[in-house]
Design a protein around this ligand. Sequence first.
Ligand code: NAP
Length: 280
Amino acid sequence: MAAVVMDGKTLAAKIKEQVRRQVEKMERKPGMAMVLVGEDPAAQVYEAGKRRDCQQCGIYYETYRLPEDVPQEELLDVIRFLNKREGIDGILIQFPLPDHLDDRAVQMAIRPDKDVDCVHPSNVGDLTLGMDCLWPCTPAGVMRLLAEYNIDPAFKNCTMVGRSNIVGKPQAMLLLRRDCTVTVCHTKTPDLAAECRRADILISAAGHTNLITADMIKEGAVVIDVAVNRDADGRLCGDVDFEAVSQKASCITPVPGGVGPVTRAILMENTLTAAVRHGK
Ligand code: NAP
């Protein structure tokens, strides 16, 4: 039987509507600032999407566009300025940054209580320790999708393909917090297919089209495709061979329309949470 397709668009609309309703009641509206370095077309598309999301939710929004060759100190100055701005509750930096910039220094410059994508080491530490903190948007979006479809990670085996700081590692931490047993795979994993076949929940964030094929899936597994790639015809796709895998999985996310929209909605929710914590 074909898998249930997990509808990220509908869930995202629901989350954003909940945010909008709460924002509507607030005297001071939440504010978000996005910092973009360079002219990467994909980043421009993400930026436009975030602007639209903020408009839909009633969140004040600003973009800071800096040239590709911006000196590090200038970028840090913009972040320091935003840290001090009272109307700004969330600061989002579009990564990856050009090579001459130090990602770590930039992440550390963001005031932790305005770090709405959980990149500051103190927030990453809180996340790892199981403390209360804003969850990074993409892994939080995956958890929300699982919850929406009543998939409880407890007592299940999850294989996470990818160990990046923004997806794989925090995803593993969030799943551990929900009593899942997690295996994290990467390019040095000796037998990726075997690790995937053990998974009740398989999450892929490798960035390789058709990396995950049907023979790597346990019958009835939940398959979450985080990746955003382009196929040979230039169409958006994930890591998973969707057509074949959906014949074996119980639930599967599409690309586009799966994790991506929920990630964006969680950013709105995190900005609202930060604003509520900041108060008037
Ligand atoms: P990344 O930093 O490039 O990390 C990719 C990870 O996948 C690395 O840990 C890498 O292993 C692993 N990997 C790559 N090829 C593999 C293979 N053949 N077998 C096993 N592991 C492999 O990427 P990222 O920033 O985490 O993003 C991953 C994907 O998710 C991208 O397609 C990105 O566009 C997408 N993404 C989507 C969202 C969303 O909201 N939907 C958000 C963020 C990212 P090594 O560590 O050994 O190199």
